[in-house]
Design a protein around this ligand. Structure first.
Ligand code: HEM
Ligand code: CU
Length: 479
C-alpha cells in the first residue's frame, strides 16, 4: 500500500515544498518588519506598511494552500491513481499568480490588503493607476482557476472510484447503515475540501471579475454588500480549507508511526460531514458589524462558528490521542511536529469562538485579537503540519533522520510562536486595532515583544528549511 506516488508527482511535491518554505521565510520577515514598525523600532512609511501587509496576508494564505495541497496530493495518491500533470498545472498557475501579485504590490503600489474588498481596488486605481489592482486581481483569479481545475479533476476521480461524492464522504455508513469503516480519512478530507473550496473559489471568481469590470468600466458597479458576502465566502473558506488539506498529514503520519490504521468510523464521518456543511455557512461572522445584514444570517454565522471546526477537531484530537496511547510511538521531528500542530489548531480555535460571539465581536473585532486567533491556528497549526510533512517526506522518500538539532529548532519555533500570538492576543484585549501602521505609545510594548519573538521564529524556520533542503539530497536518488 506504500507510496505508489508517480515519480513526476513526487518531484512536484518537492517543487511545492521548496516554494512553500522559501516563501514562508520571506513572508515571516515581512511580518517582523510590520511589528518592528508598529513597535517603533524601525520606521517605514504607511504606504510601505500596507504594501507589506498585503503581501504578507496573501503570501501566507498562498503558502498554506500550496503546502496543504502537496500534503493532500501526496497521501491521496496512496489510494487513488492520480494524473500528476494536474498537480503540476496547479503549481504552475499558482506561480504565475504569485508573480503577478508581487509585481502588482511592489511594482504598482497595490496595497488594499489581501481581501481586496470592493470598492477599494477601484478607489486606489484612481490614485495609483489601474495596473496594480488589475495585476493583483488577475493574479488571484489565475491562482483560483488553477485550484478549480484541480478540484474538478479530483471530484471526477472520486466520483469514478467511489460512485459519488456522497459515497466518498461516507453517506452509506451514516445514512444507509452500511457496516464497517468508511473511505480512508485522506479521501474523506479531500472530498470535503473539493466541495467547500470549489464553492469558495467560484464565489471569489465572480467578485474578482466584477471588480475588474468595475475598474475598467466604472459605470458598471456591484452592490458593495453583495461583494463583501462573496469576498468572505471566498477568503474565509479558502483559509479554512488549508487546514482540512494539511490535517491529512496528521492521520497518515501518526498511523504510519504507530502502525495502527486510522479508520473512518461513524463518528469520524459524521464530523467531517458536519464540518463540510458548517464551513460553507459561517463566513457571515465577518459581517457581524454590518447592520444591513439580516439578523437571522448573523445568528447563523454566530451559532455555526461555534460549531464549525469543532466536529473535525474533536474527532481528530481524540483520534490522535487514542492512536498514540500505548502504541510505543517513536517521537521524532515528523510525529512530534504533527502532534503539536494538532494542539496549535485546537488552541487557535478558542479565541475564535470567543470572538464569534456577537457582543464580544463588537468590541474585539478589528482588534489584534483576530490576528491573534488566526496566527495560532495557521502558524502553530497549518504551518506546523506542513513543516512536519517536510520532515516526513525526507524521511520516507529519502534517508533523513531526527537529530538533537531538530528538537532544538522545533522547540524554538513553538516557544516563540507562542510569544507572537500571546503578544497579539494581549494587544487585542487592550483594544489595539488591527491593520494600523502606527501604534499609540501604550500598545508599543506588545509589538516589541511580538517583533523579538518573530525574529526567533524566523530563525527556527530557517533552520528547519535548511534541514529540509539538505535532506532532499537523499530523495534525489529515488526519483
Ligand atoms: C514570524 C511570523 C509572523 C509574524 C511576525 C507575523 C506578523 C503579522 C503582523 C504584524 C500582521 C499585521 C497585524 C495587524 O493587523 O496589525 C500580520 C497579519 C497577517 N498575517 Fe502574519 N505573521 C507571521 C506569520 C504568519 C503566518 C504563518 C500566517 C499564515 C499562514 C500569517 C498570516 C497573516 C494574515 C492572513 C494576516 C492579515 C493581513 C491583513 O490584515 O490583511 N502570518 N502578521
Ligand atoms: Cu472567517
Amino acid at each position: 500500500m506504500e507510496s505508489s506516488i508517480h515519480p513526476l508527482a513526487k518531484k512536484t511535491v518537492i517543487y511545492y515544498l521548496m516554494t512553500t518554505s522559501i516563501l514562508l521565510i520571506f513572508m515571516m520577515i515581512l511580518g517582523v518588519i510590520m511589528l518592528l514598525n508598529q513597535g517603533e523600532m524601525i520606521q517605514i512609511s504607511p504606504e510601505w506598511f500596507y504594501k507589506i501587509m498585503t503581501a504578507h496576508g496573501i503570501g501566507m494564505v498562498g503558502v498554506a494552500a500550496l503546502g496543504g495541497t502537496s500534503i493532500m496530493w501526496y497521501f491521496l495518491s496512496k489510494y487513488i491513481k492520480l494524473r500528476p500533470s494536474i498537480f503540476l498545472q496547479n503549481f504552475t498557475l499558482s506561480l504565475i499568480g504569485i508573480i503577478l501579485i508581487v509585481i502588482a504590490i511592489f511594482g504598482f503600489n497595490f496595497s488594499d490588503a489581501w481581501t481586496f474588498l470592493y470598492p477599494l481596488p477601484a478607489q486606489s486605481a484612481q490614485f495609483y493607476g489601474v495596473t496594480g489592482p488589475l495585476l493583483f486581481l488577475f493574479g488571484v483569479l489565475i491562482l483560483g482557476v488553477g485550484y478549480l481545475i484541480m478540484y474538478a479533476y479530483l471530484a471526477a476521480r472520486l466520483i469514478k472510484e467511489y460512485g459519488g461524492l456522497g459515497k466518498s464522504l461516507g453517506w452509506d455508513y451514516i445514512f444507509r447503515g452500511k457496516k464497517g469503516y468508511g473511505p480512508p480519512p485522506a479521501v474523506v478530507a479531500t472530498t470535503m475540501v473539493v466541495i467547500t473550496n470549489s464553492t469558495a473559489v467560484i464565489a471569489g471568481a465572480i467578485v474578482i471579475i466584477g471588480s475588474i469590470i468595475n475598474i475598467l468600466i466604472p459605470a458598471i458597479s456591484m452592490d458593495p454588500m453583495l461583494a463583501k458576502h462573496l469576498t468572505y465566502a471566498f477568503g474565509h473558506v479558502f483559509c479554512n480549507a488549508t487546514i482540512y488539506m494539511a490535517v491529512i498529514a496528521v492521520y497518515e503520519v501518526l498511523s504510519h508511526y504507530t502502525k495502527r490504521p486510522w479508520k473512518s468510523n461513524k463518528a469520524f464521518l459524521i464530523a467531517w460531514n458536519a464540518s463540510t456543511l458548517f464551513t460553507l455557512m459561517i463566513y457571515t461572522h465577518h459581517l457581524l458589524m454590518d447592520f444591513a445584514v439580516p439578523t437571522w444570517m448573523l445568528i447563523i454565522g454566530q451559532v455555526f462558528s461555534y460549531a464549525n471546526g469543532l466536529p473535525v477537531m474533536v474527532v481528530t484530537a481524540y483520534g490522535a490521542l487514542m492512536i498514540v496511547y500505548r502504541s510505543g510511538i517513536k517521537w521524532d521531528f515528523a510525529s512530534s511536529l504533527l502532534f503539536l500542530a494538532m494542539f496549535g489548531w485546537v488552541a487557535g480555535a478558542i479565541p475564535a469562538i470567543i470572538d464569534a460571539t456577537i457582543v464580544v465581536n463588537h468590541v474585539m473585532h478589528n482588534t489584534k485579537w483576530v490576528p491573534g486567533h488566526f496566527h495560532t491556528y495557521m502558524g502553530m497549526g497549518v504551518i506546523a503540519m506542513i513543516l512536519g510533512f517536510m520532515y516526513y517526506f525526507n524521511k520516507k522518500e529519502g534517508s533523513m533522520k531526527h537529530n538533537h538539532f531538530d528538537t532544538f529548532s522545533i522547540a524554538l519555533y513553538f516557544t516563540f510562536f507562542t510569544g507572537i500570538v500571546g503578544s497579539f492576543l494581549y494587544a487585542g484585549s487592550m483594544s489595539t486595532p488591527r491593520r494600523w501602521a502606527v501604534h499609540m505609545p501604550e500598545w508599543v510594548l506588545s509589538d516589541q515583544i511580538g517583533a523579538i519573538s518573530g525574529i526567533f521564529v524566523v530563525l527556527a524556520t530557517v533552520l528547519i528549511t535548511v534541514r529540509f533542503f539538505t535532506g532532499l539530497k537523499g530523495v534525489g536518488k529515488t526519483t
